[in-house]
Write a protein that binds this ligand. Sequence first.
Ligand SMILES: NC(=O)C1=CN([C@@H]2O[C@H](COP(=O)(O)OP(=O)(O)OC[C@H]3O[C@@H](n4cnc5c(N)ncnc54)[C@H](OP(=O)(O)O)[C@@H]3O)[C@@H](O)[C@H]2O)C=CC1
Ligand SMILES: O=C(O)[C@@H]1CCC=N1
Length: 277
Amino acid sequence: MSKETTITFLGAGSMAEALISGVAKTLYEPSQMIVTNRSNVERLHYLQQTYGVRTETNKEKAVKEADIIVLAMKPKDVAESLTPIAHAFCEQQLIISLLAGVTTDTITSLIGKQIPVIRAMPNTSAAIRKSATALSSGRYATEADLAVAKTLFETVGIVTVVEEQHLHAVTGLSGSGPAYVYYLVEAMEKAADEIGLERDIAKELILQTIIGAAHMLKTTNKHPSVLRKEVTSPGGTTEAGIGVLERYRYQEAMVACIKRATERSKELGEALLSSVQ
Ligand SMILES: NC(=O)C1=CN([C@@H]2O[C@H](COP(=O)(O)OP(=O)(O)OC[C@H]3O[C@@H](n4cnc5c(N)ncnc54)[C@H](OP(=O)(O)O)[C@@H]3O)[C@@H](O)[C@H]2O)C=CC1
Ligand SMILES: O=C(O)[C@@H]1CCC=N1
């Protein structure tokens, strides 16, 4: 099935590249993928050179050739992107939207056809096939459409299916999630600098600490608080360090961060809804 499928990406940024690099030469031959963007031809050239994908500046043509169209532009650009080429879509195609906050109904109404839409929230770890992706079906999508999307995202990591209303929470948690971890690493690197460790050594130690902790969580099945207590000797260094995190309300800050990102996902969808109505 996959060998006869053509998949067009409308949008050629970070998330499109992460997906392309994850599926190229596994699920799809690069020649089955067409990539297009608003205007950045250098970027298209880079993707063509790096992954061997086809590129197209004529978006209408790119859509007409496709069986699957992946929406990978920013939410604010979706109306401007889809409205002029809405006539190029047909009901036999499948749309997979990566857009944070934007509902499947909004996409259907922008196109003005009863076209199947699957909404997906992956993360950039798709590039190394380690994404955590949640999917949700729009009103015209069938089980077969969902299965196609599942196959695509299972190639780049783990997949779960949720009610569409829960995609905002998924976005705040795991869509944005890699950035929270990178932010933590940035802080650890800064600290290492200040406590006088050589940068390269610190980098290696931090990375292995994160990988080791992630593997411990996955393989031991122990609650994170139990694993944390195993590190924390009474009167020791960890206890002293965590005491500072508690004073800074680190956990509260993380909870507020994820809630705010979730809320922002809702706002992005609502802003668009009011502009298309
Ligand atoms: N980055 C992430 O971690 C994740 C992002 N997402 C979602 O993926 C989508 C893309 O995000 P991201 O890759 O970070 O964004 P980027 O800003 O990196 O890329 C956006 C892309 O959209 C293109 N674009 C803009 N307008 C149009 C148009 N009218 N027609 C076609 N293409 C257009 C841009 O082209 P040009 O450069 O020419 O302007 C660019 O290639 C967003 O909706 C986001 O919510 C979902 C999960 C994770
Ligand atoms: O920041 C954003 O809006 C996108 C959605 C999830 C990750 N990046």
